[in-house]
Design a protein around this ligand. Structure first.
Ligand code: FE
Length: 177
């Protein structure tokens, strides 16, 4: 419904007039998250890398773009907490499920999932936006834990990589909340 008076129309477009809570954190804005400097992509395994978007140490989750090239594999892992994913480019599937996620697909992975992400050979590059909560436990085919990742191991990986490529270890700080 259009505003009936000029005054109402002006108020509809007036920004919020008060300061934000003084304890609120700063927003993160990455204008071109998929096409930035290659150095921002952190190698994770052969043909697998990620770029951080939000490394949320206060709530224990991370948002990142996962990129897989040349039919790479993301090792089998268990999620005790939920994951949300949205495919931005390419296709992939899990060895444990019969569906395929492709460009434009949204995926919710409930707590209790254990899966192995595979990108098919005819896909040169796959990029998926993932929110991962808590921890990923890398496991053998029978569920024995072999290792883990959490927001703190992600932060450490970023620091080491950004230091090594000349951006400086503290480059990662802009993604941490
Ligand atoms: Fe996963």
């Amino acid at each position: 419904m259009p505003p009936e008076t000029k005054e109402a129309a002006d108020i509809a477009r007036m920004p919020y007039q008060l300061p934000f809570p003084k304890d609120a954190q700063e927003e993160i804005v990455i204008p071109d998250a998929m096409a930035e400097d290659e150095r921002i992509w952190v190698p994770q395994a052969e043909n697998v890398s990620f770029r951080p978007l939000c490394l949320n140490r206060s709530q224990g989750y991370w948002m990142n773009l996962l990129r897989v090239r040349k039919s790479g594999v993301l090792s089998r892992h268990r999620h005790p907490q939920p994951v949300h994913g949205f495919v931005l480019k390419g296709r992939w599937h899990y060895l444990e499920h019969d569906w395929e996620a492709r460009e434009g697909s949204y995926v919710f992975e409930p707590p209790g999932e254990t899966h192995t992400l595979v990108v098919p050979e005819d896909v040169p590059e796959m990029i998926t936006y993932f929110q991962v909560n808590g921890v990923m436990l890398y496991v053998d085919p029978w569920g024995k834990t072999m290792g883990y990742e959490d927001v703190f191991t992600k932060i450490d990986m970023c620091r080491k990589h950004y230091e090594a490529v000349g951006l400086g270890a503290d480059y990662v700080d802009r993604f941490i909340r």
